[in-house]
Design a protein around this ligand. Structure first.
Ligand code: 3PG
Ligand code: MG
Length: 349
């Protein structure tokens, strides 16, 4: 895989640097609910400060604002405040949410010129947004000397390992609801995997008809629920004995044992997507079993991507036990599908 040139090779002393980070974090009651992405952007900012940059203009989108009312809801202020707490330095200035400008998502040159104005250099560290061709990720890279930040490079290196020579057994675990998004990755990587373990909504979809040209491991049993509710009545069923009107909301114990055995034997693991409705404790067991097995296998190179799987890992306190936790959802999927990411393509080698 082609790697874009590194910010480590840029001479930034005395320069004003435009930094695109992915500070698109979840908010709750106007406050930052999870600052993982803010923390992940710190090493590049610190490197630029240590290199003597005179000013860092940090920009990011936040949420998907659609109208004037959303301007208050998605103002960058709470994110900027958290960044200031984590890295207090007067040379850092956080620009307002890039998506408040209608030019941003249109990859508009006019907005790119506005961002570039007065800057000497552009550093893109926003891996999570690299699959978007927007003014702040793509057009602006053509206006200023462009470099890749440390997080962007680390993501490409770790995820890229899955596209190159891998150690076997290679076990791919996929679940969650966004089935279409994940089929591309299965198509591109699944043929090289020794086992493809499928849970969640994905499993139902593939059971109805497998569009892939290799076999996948589907759940043999499920945790059934008599309605789609947190406090539904639950009972374990073989998948083909689920009564009419009942829903399978998690993988069952027999399936967990099979999946865990595969994960224990693996030397390379990629996991994206929960095994069930893990937000509800009654249906969290399958996802927890997978998370624990991935974390326990210290002999494997393990990569976890996608907001829900990462959240499950964080809640279990296991994130530091896997080889790489990706800050990208859609971006990591598109990369593993074999697509070129526009935000990466725009940076020279
Ligand atoms: C993400 O959270 O997936 C990225 O920040 C990209 O956001 P988007 O899906 O709104 O473009
Ligand atoms: Mg997304």
């Amino acid at each position: 895989m082609r790697l874009p040139r590194s910010v480590r090779d840029a001479d930034v002393a005395g320069k004003t640097v435009l930094v695109r980070a992915d500070l698109n974090v979840p908010l709750e009651d106007g406050r930052v609910a999870d600052d993982t992405r803010i923390r992940a952007s710190l090493p590049t900012l610190q490197l630029l400060l240590d290199g003597g940059a005179s000013e860092l203009r940090v920009c990011s989108h936040l949420g998907r604002p659609k109208n004037e009312d959303d301007r208050a809801k998605y103002a960058i202020a709470p994110v900027a405040a958290r960044l200031r707490d984590l890295l207090p330095d007067e040379r850092i200035r956080v620009l307002e949410n890039t998506r408040f400008d209608p030019g941003e998502t249109a990859n508009d040159e006019r907005y790119a010129h506005e961002l570039a104005e007065g800057c000497d250099l552009y550093v893109n560290d926003a891996f999570g947004s690299a699959h978007r061709a927007h003014s702040s990720t793509e057009a602006v890279a053509r206006l200023l000397p462009a470099y890749a930040g440390l997080l962007l490079l680390a993501e490409l290196e770790h995820l890229g390992r899955l596209l190159g020579e891998i150690e076997h057994p290679f076990v791919l675990v996929s679940g969650g609801a966004k089935v279409e998004d994940k089929l591309g990755v299965l198509r591109n990587l699944g043929g090289r995997a020794d086992a493809v373990l499928i849970g969640g909504k994905m499993a139902e979809k593939l059971r109805a008809g497998n569009p892939l040209d290799f076999d996948v491991e589907l759940p043999v049993d499920v945790v059934g629920a008599d309605e789609f509710a947190r406090d539904a009545e639950t009972r374990v069923y073989a998948y083909d004995q689920l009564p009419d009107g009942w829903l399978g909301l998690d993988i069952g114990p027999e399936t967990r044992t099979r999946f865990v055995e595969w994960i224990e034997s693996a030397r390379t693991i990629f996991w994206n997507g929960p095994m069930g409705v893990f937000e509800w404790p009654a249906f969290a067991g399958g996802t927890e079993a997978v998370a624990e097995a991935v974390a326990a296998n210290q002999a494997a190179f393990s990569v976890v991507g996608g907001a829900d799987s990462v959240r499950a890992l964080n809640e279990l306190g296991l994130a530091d036990r896997v080889s790489w936790v990706s800050t990208g959802g859609g971006a990591s999927l598109e990369l593993l599908e074999g697509k070129e990411l526009p935000g990466v393509a725009a940076i020279p080698s």
